[in-house]
Design a protein around this ligand. Sequence first.
Ligand SMILES: Nc1nc2c([nH]c(=O)n2[C@@H]2O[C@H](COP(=O)(O)OP(=O)(O)OP(=O)(O)O)[C@@H](O)[C@H]2O)c(=O)[nH]1
Ligand SMILES: [Mg+2]
Length: 310
Amino acid sequence: MSKLIHVAAAAIFNDSGELLLALRDKAQHQGGLWEFPGGKVEPGEEVRSALARELQEELGIEIDQSATVPLIQVPFHYPDKSVLLDVFRVNRFMGQPYGREGQPLNWVKLADLSGYPFPAANTPIVNALQLPTALAITPRLLSVQYCEYIDKALQKGAQAVMLRAKHLTETEQLNLYQQLAEAFPELLLIWNGSMDAANRAEVTALHLSSERLMQLNSRKTYRGRWLGASCHTEEQIRRAEQIGADYITLSPVQKTASHPEVTPMGWAEYSRLVRLSSLPVYALGGVSLADLEQTLQAGGQGIAAIRCFC
Ligand SMILES: Nc1nc2c([nH]c(=O)n2[C@@H]2O[C@H](COP(=O)(O)OP(=O)(O)OP(=O)(O)O)[C@@H](O)[C@H]2O)c(=O)[nH]1
Ligand SMILES: [Mg+2]
């Protein structure tokens, strides 16, 4: 396999929360498609310096490094070359961006990103931008208690909720899912269950256990939008990438009260696996909102937790 070309790229946001895209020239690799501005890291160059240099060269802006946060690293193999896209979220910059190389630019709302044709390597970047950073996983409750639980979790900072209710029958879980989806129409509500049942019930966000993940070879039969999976090992991460999952949770990062007998992987191993994975990776297991900053700095997607949102 050819050597990975290290590329620094930026998801640049303006004060209205819009994102800057540039159109790649027809003559370039992956030409005619939209990109996150950036370019190749030179030998011996720091990736953040490369990012600042490329954005100055391509857009004429100066980025504020203190408001520049790692978003995701995507290793990707095209038939003709292999790239490692090292993507940062740039929340502040100086100057008015313009296409210094004549490339057209567009400020785009996050919800409209899916309408833009991107190079294939960009799929996980778009997912990372559209997925939240704080995911609450429901504890074991009575069916009537879930509405109140979600209200409280949202107040505490959760931005999405995974309904994990294995103590209920599948039919009960799906009925509950529909009720909650109606009660919280704006919420990303993920069901932890099986693909067949999710398709039958038209669930649009599904999370697979690691066991279910390892039984799948492709997501092709899935009719929903979001597909996530629980991973604990490198092999499971590989399978999640292979089937085309949109995100994974990786656990246990730290010791948890629910599984005291399991040895956690720790933050160093979490960071290593995040770098190795091309997907958005939530840290799970003994983590809370207090760990969010550390998770993002490690290039993770965010935190997933049960306890801290109760
Ligand atoms: N900048 C950028 N490059 C991307 C994206 N997605 C993607 O696959 N790439 C690939 O990453 C590689 C490097 O990007 P680049 O062409 O911007 O490099 P550069 O600015 O140094 O250009 P140059 O070599 O023409 O001087 C290209 O092969 C490109 O196809 C993206 O979103 N942004
Ligand atoms: Mg470039």
